[in-house]
Design a protein around this ligand. Structure first.
Ligand code: ATP
Length: 133
């Protein structure tokens, strides 16, 4: 099946693939060819695409996935291949978000913003393999 990952800045990935695995708001979801049509929101997380028996990771910050029998379209707010991730920038964003979380009150809108920024940063560090794990 064809897999396409698109952001407001343009296309990040397009190829014939064997499987696409994403993090939806309901949990992990793996898509094989001939899956039933579906549209689902995505959370911040790694998209795993199996292509030529190898796994391609993509860091995605929310958006939607549309599944058709022969095509998966991921429309993401942002999406980066591991090689496009600036790990120092993600580490700086993580530290900034952690500082803000310590300062912000729990019910404050800034807390939620900082929490999301922290999740984006950790996701990028994980996908880029920079987490030291
Ligand atoms: P930052 O605080 O570092 O800007 P952010 O999570 O607020 O991080 P986003 O708003 O999600 O950033 O993304 C803005 C743009 O910058 C997107 O095009 C995204 O792909 C890109 N981007 C963000 N962080 C990184 C990174 N660490 N490496 C490469 N591209 C990044």
């Amino acid at each position: 099946m064809q897999a396409n990952v698109v952001t407001p800045d343009g296309s990040v990935f397009e190829a014939q693939v064997e499987m696409v695995s994403v993090k939806t708001t309901e949990g992990e979801l793996g898509i094989l060819p001939m899956h039933l049509p579906l549209v689902t929101p995505l959370t911040i997380g790694a998209v795993r695409i199996k292509k030529d028996s190898k796994v391609q990771l993509i860091a995605v910050s929310g958006g939607f996935m549309e599944v058709r029998p022969d095509e998966v379209n991921i429309l993401a707010e942002s999406a980066e291949l591991p090689s496009d991730i600036d790990i120092s920038r993600a580490r700086a964003a993580k530290e900034r978000a952690e500082r803000r979380l310590e300062q912000a009150k729990k019910d404050h809108v800034d807390f939620r913003r900082a929490e999301l920024a922290l999740k984006r940063a950790i996701n990028r560090i994980d996908v880029a393999g920079g987490g030291g794990r």
